[in-house]
Design a protein around this ligand. Structure first.
Ligand SMILES: Cc1cc2nc3c(=O)[nH]c(=O)nc-3n(C[C@H](O)[C@H](O)[C@H](O)COP(=O)(O)OP(=O)(O)OC[C@H]3O[C@@H](n4cnc5c(N)ncnc54)[C@H](O)[C@@H]3O)c2cc1C
Length: 321
């Protein structure tokens, strides 16, 4: 049995539609016969890629008038829900996704499940699997109430898969005045400087932790990441220490990454870090403590000092280039 309709909140990225949005559309298409997308900033040509992933319709919020995007899209969803009722609504666990989900829930009194890492269909009900206690336990939960439930899903919980469907139709909706919900206005936005691939989309991620000893040593991480055409990442310890910006943080309160190769350098492997990277295909850990927890999930473990191992690795890669 499948559901009849799921709505998905979609967000933009530099390449058009964010990979998290495509993951959610792919998942929704596996559970429901109709998938409709509510998005902003993704452009009218997004109908093709969203259609390929299983959506039949895109409702695109335009003329946001400087209000927070999640707020604007939530108001478009709220205005339609009585006449066009979905069985479920999916949001990515992103700042805008969480904002929109919370506003929609408060406005329409809809129940919410957050931090979902997997979904399964049991009869005609979705069961959400939620990571709790820093990802060390998984709890299965379902809504017992009728009416659409809101599911806030972590990035990389599903793989985005183009299935070759036809382009989705795109309907543009001018948001206009949304009353007091629109009182918060964006006064400035800042794009984080970056030279390589995005941290959560890179095939190779090289992350550094407190074992680097000092901020200057992070340049070893950046150099190795650049040589491997990867992205540099970090544990929270060195983000909190101010060595690198928060955008670099991998883990429970940072980004979830699922690269082909993840290299953890001087990172102990706290559960809150591992929850954000344990889905990597190949994990390489460099740590001077042979008992560091990171080695329990590493495919290749190097017991050694990062200040000795990393320069040698960098030289060896340069010699091959
Ligand atoms: C609610 C909550 C949310 C959190 N969210 C996150 C999160 O999103 N991401 C995250 O990363 N953490 C998070 N944390 C923090 C987490 O619990 C750890 O404190 C943090 O991950 C530790 O970072 P670290 O591994 O760099 O440092 P440490 O735990 O101090 O580990 C440093 C490691 O470096 C090794 N080392 C030392 N010197 C060298 C050397 N010269 N060469 C090689 N190895 C060396 C040591 O053996 C050690 O294993 C969160 C914590 C809480 C409570």
């Amino acid at each position: 049995m499948s559901l009849s309709k799921i709505w998905v909140f979609a967000e933009p990225s530099e390449s058009g539609v964010s990979s998290t949005s495509l993951e959610l559309v792919t998942a929704a298409a596996g559970f429901a016969s109709t998938v409709e997308v509510f998005g902003y900033g993704i452009g009218p040509d997004s109908g093709r890629i969203l259609g390929e992933h299983g959506a039949s319709k895109v409702v695109l919020a335009t003329n946001l008038g400087g209000v927070l995007a999640g707020t604007a899209v939530a108001s478009v969803m709220a205005a339609r829900i009585a006449s066009d009722r979905p069985d479920a609504i999916f949001f990515g666990s992103t700042p805008e996704g969480r904002d929109a989900a919370a506003r929609l829930s408060a406005r329409l009194d809809l129940p919410v499940l957050t931090n979902i890492v997997n979904l399964v269909l049991d009869g005609d009900r979705l069961v959400g699997e939620n990571a709790v206690f820093g990802g060390s336990e998984i709890v299965s939960a379902r809504f017992v109430s009728s009416g659409p439930g809101i599911y806030v899903i972590r990035a990389k919980s599903f793989a985005p898969e183009p299935k070759g469907g036809p382009s989705a139709t795109v309907e543009e909706v001018s948001v206009g005045d949304i009353g007091s919900a629109g009182k918060a206005k964006i006064v400035e936005s800042h794009v984080e400087a970056r030279t390589g691939p995005k941290l959560d989309e890179a095939a190779v991620v090289v992350s550094g932790g407190r074992g680097l000893g000092q901020q200057d040593s992070y340049q070893l991480i950046e150099e190795l990441a650049k040589l491997l055409n990867g992205a540099p990442g970090a544990s929270r310890a060195i983000v909190d220490a101010g060595w690198v910006p928060y955008a670099y943080q991998v883990g429970q309160t940072g980004k979830t990454v699922k690269p082909t190769v993840y290299i953890a350098c001087g990172i102990s492997g706290a559960t809150q870090h591992m929850v954000g990277m344990k889905g990597a295909k190949n994990i390489i850990a460099i740590n001077k403590d042979a008992d560091a927890p990171i080695f329990t999930i590493a495919d290749l473990g190097i017991v050694g000092d990062v200040h000795k191992v990393l320069p040698k690795l960098i030289d060896a890669i340069k010699a091959k280039a």
